[in-house]
Design a protein around this ligand. Sequence first.
Ligand code: NAI
Length: 302
Amino acid sequence: ICRGFSSSAVRNVVIKNVTIIGGGQMGAGIAQVAASTGHSVTLVDTNDDILQKAVKGIEGRLKRVVKKKFADKPEAGEEFVQKVLQNVSTSTDAASAAQSSDLVLEAIVENLKIKQDLFGQLDKVAPAHTIFASNTSSLPITDIASSTNRLDRFGGLHFFNPVPVMKLVEVIGTSATSQDTFDSLLNFSKKLGKTPVSCKDTPGFIVNRLLVPYMLEAIRLHERGHGSKEDIDIAMKLGAGYPMGPFELGDYVGLDTVKFIIDGWSAADPSNPLFAPSEMLNKLVAEGKYGKKSGEGFYKYK
Ligand code: NAI
């Protein structure tokens, strides 16, 4: 009996063809890693200039990697770079790219409505087996997935910046994500050479849920006059073995991003003291002092 292509017929999708939407910092990094590990990647963004810049960036980073890795065999290195680049194509048409993809992974602007609109459209054209995933840092996967009819084939794949260097991927399952989908996402992460951890769809997943309140606590400690920024950073590096102190880390991540995350959580759960806003953080962001990228945050940069 033919019952059509129901979701229960979709089992253990092996992810080979990948569409990555958003060719910015994260999307280009994910595309690089996926292409380097033999996946066929279509990178999508809003215009060709951005896409060309993203591919140039991928090429530059690959060349730096092979310079070290293939130091004594430069031809093999060049061959590897060309092979990886052949695995990457670009498009400004997400819908047509999605039609031949096993996975559509989104790394566009952190805006719920825009992500919902994107997946809502793609849901109508993507094959039944195609898994959708978001790289969001702060939005609930459940909310993003709600614009689609493939809740069982929707999850989160949260990468870390810079993607080619950072080993971790948080794999997020909602209450509706099927075990097959979750397993496919875990396997895909391993194929990328990453180490996946399993997360629930809760604010900040694992890493940011611990890291953001920690950064806020450091700022509060400083606001109370209980330690200088420099001393707190030194203390956490030498006393806790962290590679960066909390103020250095905030400047590296971007204080606007830290504020955006904490404001979102605070709006959703205002009674949680760990999510309380910080006057110092708000003031720095209002002054355009976002950290390293703007030349000044808690510290000044050249
Ligand atoms: P970005 O600003 O560097 O890149 C976003 C790209 O998406 C831009 O090139 C933009 O042109 C494109 N874009 C925007 N709307 C689009 C649309 N409708 N269709 C196609 N392309 C579109 O941003 P970034 O830092 O790469 O972040 C992307 C996502 O990854 C966000 O959801 C963010 O929360 C998440 N993320 C960011 C991390 C970070 O450290 N920057 C870490 C982990 C997750």
